[in-house]
Design a protein around this ligand. Structure first.
Ligand code: SF4
Length: 347
């Protein structure tokens, strides 16, 4: 009796990894999923916070995909190790702060380690030749195999027919003729295959699988690094970049202004760690201060805070500033007119 082979599948939560897993499962291979939590890929997180996203499902797509496939998912926290990937990518960044090629190599390497520790036979990904400008090009796909150490134990079922055969195919663990030859940016073949499998609901991330491909997010990250003595970061730092309006009126401080109730609730969780402002005489958003306020800055920060509250047209608004010790100072200020807030204050 032949042994059932086992594959570990990198599950991002998108359609491609869902399809590639299913293709291999249909060949009788035991498949389990693996998902790496870097801190940048919390898609359901902002949907859960913001009202405007309330139509979007509040779910962890990787878990959801695993559930649809009926497979086990291993979620691995790589926040610490990922810092080196983001801070010093040997292949550089993509259009924004996304180090996709290093990131893919890192994730496949982690999957390879997992595969060896857990006695699995090979790794699968949903990569498609030519689909992404950095990590999924014909010339960069072998780089991932080489730098991850996985070599020919890495199989890309959706594009396998465009690539040299791998051990899984040579050893007959999977039938190569039942794999696919997808290439390029068109999503049509994936959508057709999804229909064939009866997958109707799936996530189709447009720019990539994490926030680092997002320009606005990347701008905030670069700004944060530019105004700190080191580029080191903690999970809270990178979570905060996903939330609120960020304004930097002076190099030594930034204001994070909640845009709606959901964000106010989220930022409330950080009140003890940040000096914060709140309109007292009118309703208004919670504003956190990232940095230090001197005496002049307090007035300025209060005026900006008032500008984003219901009292924006009032002659005077009372704003409470709470220090880290819990000491509260109330300032009466004239809200800053929108026209006086320079565009380059918005990060
Ligand atoms: S989009 Fe983000 S998670 Fe995906 S490969 Fe690029 S850097 Fe990594």
């Amino acid at each position: 009796m032949s042994t059932q082979r086992k594959a570990i599948s990198l599950i991002s939560g998108g359609l491609d990894s869902m399809l590639s897993s299913r293709v291999i499962m249909d060949q009788g291979v035991h498949v389990e999923g693996i998902n790496f939590f870097t801190g940048f890929c919390v898609e359901g997180h902002t949907h859960a916070i913001r009202k405007k996203d309330k139509q979007k499902p509040k779910r962890n797509n990787a878990l959801w995909v695993a559930e649809q496939l009926g497979i086990k998912l291993h979620i691995i926290d790589v926040i610490e190790e990922y810092k080196q990937v983001l801070l010093n990518p040997s292949h550089g960044y993509g259009q924004n702060m996304n180090p996709c090629l290093d990131c893919k190599g890192f994730m496949v390497r982690k999957a390879y380690e997992w595969m060896q520790e857990n006695d699995y036979d090979f790794i699968i990904t949903g990569e498609v030749v030519g689909q992404r400008p950095m990590s999924q090009r014909r010339d960069t796909m072998p780089v991932i195999q080489r730098e991850s150490g996985a070599g020919d134990l890495l199989l890309r079922p959706l594009s396998a027919l465009n690539l040299p055969d791998t051990k899984a195919e040579r050893e007959g663990w999977v039938r190569r003729e039942e794999l696919y030859d997808f290439s390029g940016r068109s999503r049509k073949p994936q959508i057709e295959l999804a229909a064939k499998f009866g997958f109707e609901d799936y996530s189709q991330p447009a720019g990539g699988c994490c926030f680092l491909t997002d320009k606005s997010y990347s701008d905030k990250l670069v700004d944060m690094w530019a105004h700190r003595s080191s580029r080191e970061y903690e999970l809270d730092d990178i979570m905060m970049l996903k939330v609120g309006r960020h304004l930097r009126p002076r190099p030594h401080f930034k204001l994070i202004v909640a845009r709606e109730e959901g964000e106010t609730h989220f930022l409330e969780g950080y009140r003890k760690q940040f000096v914060h402002l709140l309109c007292k005489s009118h309703s208004g958003p919670l504003v956190l201060v990232d940095g230090k306020l001197n005496e002049d800055d307090r007035q300025l920060a209060a005026q900006i805070c008032a500008r984003f509250g219901q009292g924006r047209e009032a002659d005077e608004v009372e704003v409470e500033i709470t220090d880290l010790s819990g000491k509260i100072e109330v300032l009466s200020v004239k809200p800053m007119p929108a026209s006086e807030i320079p565009q380059d204050w918005y990060v």
